[in-house]
Write a protein that binds this ligand. Structure first.
Ligand code: NAD
Length: 485
């Protein structure tokens, strides 16, 4: 493909398209072909973007009423819905995920804007009864300028998840999309413009993490940071935030378990266990990547899962198979490295490598894989593989199941499968994770369900009403209210 035929995506700062001297190639993961190039921003563009956000915050957005902000957010949702097919096709091209999953992403992105548009009108502070003659109350105020750094797995959904509450609450934003999948986030620029968001309220600076991302995290004029991505980079972002004393939300990785108890009809859990580790080829922070199963139901359940895994279709996302490719050659090789260890340490029940056949060509495909007899000594038990790999371990007692669940340092989500209401309640309280699903597993849950990691899976909460509170700060006002005698 010649350069002229490759679409170019620039940075968007103060409503203007800003090209850069250097560019990053964006590849289609299903065939490794270049489909676009995006601006490679650095400190200079990040500075301009923060300045633009600051200007709009100080002159326009902080004075907009909740009703005005709500109307704009509803309009953003409408435009997202009107353009869902275009956005879904672009998301599939960029991330490789099956088209039907990208359509869901576009719909969920719109839901975020509607949800926070509704919620912000009901947001208020508290009155505090302190003492006679003193009236005290709290105000919820926006922070000001927020920096948002997002990953490549659900770019449109995660951009909407983090931007919608921030904008609805009255903040102005600078978004740094991931270099591997920046296209739909960049498309948001014209969507918010069409919806009437004031110019400069959202600025987008694509680029590499070490350049644009690091410059944004360290910028001294930010008031808040939100990071979604790996634990390693989360540490770097938090360190940068410590230097400027800026609050930071960290949505990091996971190694989330399903706990299947002997009283449950295990066959009923099969579809959701499969979906939870094969949706977007397992590249999902809250993927159900471990199966902890009672010894008495192990054989029946694993046999059923193997059968389902064998039947899964794999192919380019545009043909809407069950599973598309991984995002990049680097990610595929990382997953294959874990599979090599899995072959050595555990028992491969299905999959274990790259699918064979001309149809897969140069794409970054990995087979859906079940590793059985995995134990806490194995690296695949503890580390986030971020691919379609289910690790199976057995337990004999509830205490042992909890011990296995908590052996990793992550704490994002867990699925509990039991017919016993007492066991369900006990586990829901006992497990140190941010979301517990009982007899279902809606990875990451719905727009309304607060989502935030325990332990090393993160700090703070996104989604639900909690996130709106996170993007506002609390100011206390105490008024002396006694008439002079
Ligand atoms: P990553 O940490 O490599 O990158 C995330 C973002 O950080 C990208 O935009 C990247 O460019 C940027 N970045 C990289 N280095 C940086 C630096 N030094 N300073 C500032 N920014 C930098 O993660 P990834 O590979 O894109 O995504 C996969 C990870 O994200 C997995 O661990 C997954 O579990 C996690 N994730 C978590 C959630 C959640 O909500 N908890 C959601 C999706 C993904």
């Amino acid at each position: 493909m010649s350069d002229a035929s490759i679409p170019e995506y620039t940075a968007v700062i103060a409503g203007k398209q800003v090209p850069t001297a250097r560019w990053i190639d964006v590849l289609d993961p299903s065939n490794a072909r270049r489909v676009a190039r995006v601006a490679r921003c650095g400190p200079e563009e990040v500075r301009a973007a923060v300045e633009a956000a600051r200007h709009t915050y100080e002159t326009v957005w902080r004075f907009a009423t909740p009703v005005d902000r709500s109307r704009v957010c509803h309009r953003i949702a409408e435009v997202l819905r009107a353009r869902r097919e275009e956005l879904a096709a672009l998301e599939t091209l960029d991330t490789g995920k099956p088209l039907s999953q990208s359509l869901v992403d576009a719909d969920v992105a719109a839901r975020y804007f509607d949800f926070y548009a509704n919620a912000v009108e009901a947001l208020g502070g508290e009155t505090i009864q302190q003492q006679p003659g003193r009236l005290a109350f709290t105000l919820r105020e926006p922070y000001g300028v927020c920096g948002h750094i997002i990953p490549w797995n659900y770019p449109l959904q995660i951009a909407a998840r983090t931007l919608a509450p921030a904008l609805a609450a009255g903040n102005c934003c600078v978004l740094k999309p991931a270099e591997d999948a920046p296209l739909t986030s960049l498309r948001l620029a014209d969507i918010v413009e069409e919806a009437g968001l004031p110019t400069g309220a959202l600025n987008i600076v694509p680029g590499y993490g070490a350049e644009a991302g690091a410059a944004l995290a360290a910028h001294p004029d930010l008031d808040r940071l939100a990071f979604t991505g790996s634990r390693e980079v989360g540490e770097a972002v938090m360190t940068a935030a410590a230097r400027t004393i800026v609050p930071v939300t960290l949505e990091l990785g996971g190694k989330s378990p399903h706990l299947v108890l002997p009283d449950f009809d295990a066959a009923r859990a099969v579809p959701q266990i499969v979906e939870s580790i094969t949706e977007h080829a397992g590249q999902n922070c809250s993927a159900g990547s471990r199966l902890l199963v009672h010894r008495s139901v192990h054989d029946e359940l694993v046999d059923a899962l193997v059968e389902r895994f064998r039947a899964l279709t794999i192919g380019p996302g545009a043909s809407d198979p069950d599973m598309g490719p991984l995002i990049s050659a680097r990610q595929r090789d990382r997953v294959l490295g874990y599979l090599a260890e899995g072959r050595r340490d555990a028992v491969v029940r299905v999959g274990g490598g790259v699918p064979e056949g001309d149809a897969y060509g140069e794409g970054f495909y990995v087979e859906p894989t079940i590793l059985d007899q995995v134990t806490p000594e194995h690296r695949v038990f503890n580390e986030e593989i971020f691919g379609p790999v289910l690790c199976v371990s057995v337990f004999d007692s509830l205490e042992e199941a909890v011990g296995l669940a908590e052996h990793t340092t992550y704490g994002l989500a867990a699925g509990v499968w039991t017919s016993d209401v007492t066991t369900a309640h006990w586990l829901a309280q006992r497990l140190r994770v941010g979301q517990v699903f009982v007899n279902n597993y809606s990875a990451a849950g719905g727009v309304e369900l607060p989502f935030g990691g325990y332990r090393r899976s993160g700090i703070g909460v996104e989604k639900g009403l909690e996130a709106l509170r996170e993007y506002t700060r609390c100011k206390t006002v105490a008024i002396h209210a006694e008439l002079p005698s």
